[in-house]
Design a protein around this ligand. Structure first.
Ligand code: IPT
Length: 266
């Protein structure tokens, strides 16, 4: 038996952790996993991947590609002959999905920093075309607005450490008056830390940083990163379990995310 995994770039930490966990849980259930990796989120290439999996008689497919609800629905409708489960859509989307609540961790991050006394927030979000990046950003902004605050700047990266590094340089140059920097994922936070070290900005004494994901490496950044923990192993376990159930119950599940406080905030 084989299940399919159509995934975004495995060069990124979170999707590669998910792929490893999907494989682990599928193997435990006696299934193989066929992985099809897509670099650009073009709907046609998602359908090509699904068709290829179908030609290998795969009938259950996990899709870890950031998709707006309309795109995900189209893919779901066009593939009624198999079971598709989505990992990176708006959790309120009608398609079968197992996703994290994007508001949980983002709200907790802002509230934690507000409690510490921060008022000047810079936001370094993930790519504009990623649904989870957008939902995290919206939730940061909403929480700030509720407190009558505006971010000093909003910048986008592409999830990579390199983009975090250049994003931080841009913020330091254009709007240096911030004491807290919220970052869309931990890889970008790694680049941010590197840029701030180079400019002798002390973390957390001058600037507090909070990331997102809590990948296996994040506790070993310097300083150890305060971040929003997504239990990607649990997400994968739930997804495989739901997909392989004999009588699949296609009710979506929403998973909690929580703030993990380490040494990059004060
Ligand atoms: C999401 C990660 O949070 C982010 O760091 C990046 O790796 C992205 O995936 C890639 O698409 S996790 C996803 C299950 C929402």
């Amino acid at each position: 038996f084989t299940i399919g995994l159509v995934t975004t770039s495995l060069a990124l930490h979170a999707p590669s952790q998910i792929a490893a966990s999907v494989k682990k849980y599928a193997h435990q259930a006696g299934y193989q996993v066929l992985i099809s990796m897509i670099d650009e989120d073009v709907n046609q290439s998602i359908q090509d991947s699904i068709n290829e999996l179908k030609s290998q008689r795969v009938e259950r497919v996990i899709i870890n590609i950031p998709l707006e609800s309309a795109e995900a629905e189209r893919i779901y409708e066009n593939n009624r002959d198999i079971l598709c489960l989505f990992l990176d859509v708006d959790p309120t989307s009608p398609v079968f999905n197992v996703c994290f609540n994007p508001a949980d961790g983002s709200r907790a991050s802002v509230e934690y920093l507000l409690d510490l006394g921060h008022r000047e927030f810079a936001l370094l979000a993930g790519p504009e075309e990623s649904v989870s990046s957008r939902l995290r950003l919206e939730s940061w902004q909403k929480t700030l607005t509720e407190k009558g605050l505006q971010p000093v700047t909003v910048v986008h990266g592409d999830w990579s450490a390199k983009s975090g590094y250049y994003g931080a340089l841009l913020i330091l140059r254009e709007t240096p008056q911030f004491t807290a920097l919220l970052v869309g994922n931990d890889q970008m936070a790694l680049g941010v830390i590197s840029a701030l070290h180079q400019h002798n900005v002390a973390i957390p004494q001058q600037v507090s940083i909070i990331g997102y994901d809590d990948t296996y490496d994040s506790a070993f950044f310097h300083p150890a990163l305060t971040t929003v923990s997504l239990d990607l192993d649990l997400q994968s376990k739930e997804a495989v379990g739901l997909l392989l159930a004999t009588e699949p119950d296609t009710t979506s599940r929403i998973l909690p995310a929580q703030l993990v406080v380490r040494n990059s905030t004060r």
